[in-house]
Design a protein around this ligand. Structure first.
Ligand code: UN1
Length: 497
């Protein structure tokens, strides 16, 4: 048995409990009898202290040269690499993804560190000609200020890294508010920032609930930017709150991602992609494949193979090496998936496979749910439109490529998308016509790499992208600079005419 972690808030280089002294618990979703961590139930008072620390630290941090800031992020990457196994193990116990995936999650954080460490020596601006003689014009990136990062439990290292690292390299100070399900991963990550030598107050960590801490951050007058990943419903509230106080706000929200399989596709490849996209991370990725759009000529064959392969997936504790599918993250998430299956039945969908939580047997103390395949799904059904966030995939049949694209686009969301075809013309049409932030050709909907922009259109986002150099546009303001070396007043739009 592992001893439970005692997580604390981290403010101005001090590890401290919540001022009100209250704590919350995080339990192991593989077996809820195990307590993984206790953590502070923070309130507005703790948020105020963290914001004050981040504000003070900002005045010096913004003046540290970007390449020097970047060196510290590089160091974070090195320590993450050393501690990869330990962090991955905690992650599997804390939120239930299998060890190989947990390692991948930490690796995404490491990749981010090395990518943004390089960015510290670029942070390119532009120079452009002035319309006046003896005058120089350029743009530079300047930091935004104090940033609140509100992060989910499904990528408890990768997502905090891809928000924190560009924010820090750009010269901002941060307050991380991790999800209640993963206080331990956030604690290890913050310890690593501390060990790497980030100055006091530059990185702060506040645990607690979205209602208390998340809301206080979004409302706080001294915060300049909120970056949020989570549900579209909560994102709408965060966006509205930030809008009222003119904060910059970057929202990454839901998805209802589809994979199209055309009649000319390599079916075995498409099958592997579908299994990984739908059931990887127990379907708890915002990029998960939630809809399979199948050409009528291959639907029967594909479905048969899918059922055969999906039935071989091994459910089990995330920490066991042979496990393919871990549990759902908590009881609320499991209740939500159960509700959607009840709804699917009442809407007239057919449960081809799965559909049940594991209430008996060895896994009965975890939030396990069978991989589930729903057929006879029509676009009007709620299960075809709403994000489920579980190991559930819906099958839909189409007669043509055009119909497939239209059906894929027939959703309020627009994060990830995938098309399996051997026809290059169709592939490029799909790239052009799909309404989503990410399109894969002959690859599943999951698997974004950190040096490309990540995010979506429609109700998935609010016009920003994370990761890649696109994140720099979130975490910096543009400043336009004019240097007049003529020695006299030159009047733009007047003296050059
Ligand atoms: C998420 O689910 O919120 O592309 C992020 C992927 C991962 C990131 C997912 N690299 O599936």
């Amino acid at each position: 048995m592992n001893t439970p972690l005692k997580c604390l808030n981290y403010i101005n280089d001090y590890w401290i409990p919540a001022q009100a002294g209250e704590t919350l618990e995080s339990r192991n979703p593989n077996d809820w009898r195990e307590l993984v961590a206790t953590f502070p139930r923070s309130t507005v008072a703790d948020v105020d202290a963290a914001v004050e620390a981040a504000r003070q630290a900002y005045y010096n941090w913004r003046l540290v040269p970007a390449p020097v800031r970047a060196e510290l992020i590089h160091r974070v990457g090195e320590i993450l690499l050393q501690r990869k196994e330990e962090i991955a193990y905690l992650m599997s116990r804390e939120m239930g993804k299998p060890l190989t995936e947990s390692r991948g999650d930490v690796q995404e954080g490491i990749d981010c560190a090395f990518y943004y460490a390089g960015e510290g020596r670029r942070l390119f601006g532009q120079t452009m000609p002035s319309e006046l003689g003896n005058k120089f014009a350029m743009t530079i990136r300047v930091p935004v200020g104090v940033c609140a990062l509100i992060t989910p439990w499904n990528f408890p290292i990768a997502i905090p890294c891809w928000k924190a690292m560009p924010a820090l390299v750009c010269g901002n100070t941060i307050i991380l508010k991790p999800a209640k399900d993963t206080p331990g991963c956030a604690t290890l990550l913050t310890q690593i920032f501390q060990e790497a030598g980030l100055p006091a107050g530059v990185v702060n960590l506040i645990h607690g609930s979205g209602e208390e801490v998340g809301r206080a951050l979004a409302e706080h007058p001294s915060i300049n930017l909120v970056s949020f990943t989570g549900s579209s419903q909560t994102g709408a509230e965060v966006g509205a709150t930030c809008g009222r106080s003119h904060k910059r706000v970057c929202l990454e929200m839901g998805g209802k991602n589809a994979q199209i399989v055309m009649e000319d596709a390599d079916l075995d490849l498409a099958l592997e992609g579908a299994l990984w996209g739908a059931f990887g991370t127990t379907g708890q990725r915002c990029t998960a494949t939630s809809r399979l759009i199948l050409h009528y000529q291959i639907k029967a064959e594909f479905t048969e193979k899918l059922l055969e392969q999906a039935s071989k997936l091994r459910l089990g504790p995330a920490t066991e090496p042979e496990t393919d599918l871990g549990p759902l993250v908590n009881s609320a998430q499991r209740a939500r998936v159960i509700e959607y299956i009840t709804l699917a039945r009442s809407e007239g969908a057919k449960v081809l496979m799965g559909g049940e939580a594991l209430a008996e047997g060895e896994l009965k103390h975890g939030y396990f749910f069978q991989p589930t395949i729903l057929d006879l799904v029509t676009p009007q059904m709620r299960i075809a439109r709403e994000e489920i966030f579980g190991p559930v995939v819906t099958l839909m049949e189409v007669n043509s490529f055009e119909e497939a694209i239209a059906l894929l686009n027939n959703t309020a969301y627009g994060l990830s998308s995938s098309v399996y075809t051997r026809d290059v013309n169709r592939a490029f049409q799909a790239i052009r016509d799909i309404e989503a932030g990410i399109t894969y050709i002959n690859g599943p909907t999951i698997g974004a790499e950190v040096h490309l922009p990540f995010g979506g259109v429609k109700q998935t986002g609010n016009g920003h992208r994370e990761a890649g150099s696109a994140a720099l546009d979130v975490f910096t303001e543009w400043k336009s600079v004019y240097v007049d070396f003529s020695g006299h007043l030159q009047r733009a739009q007047i003296d050059n005419r």
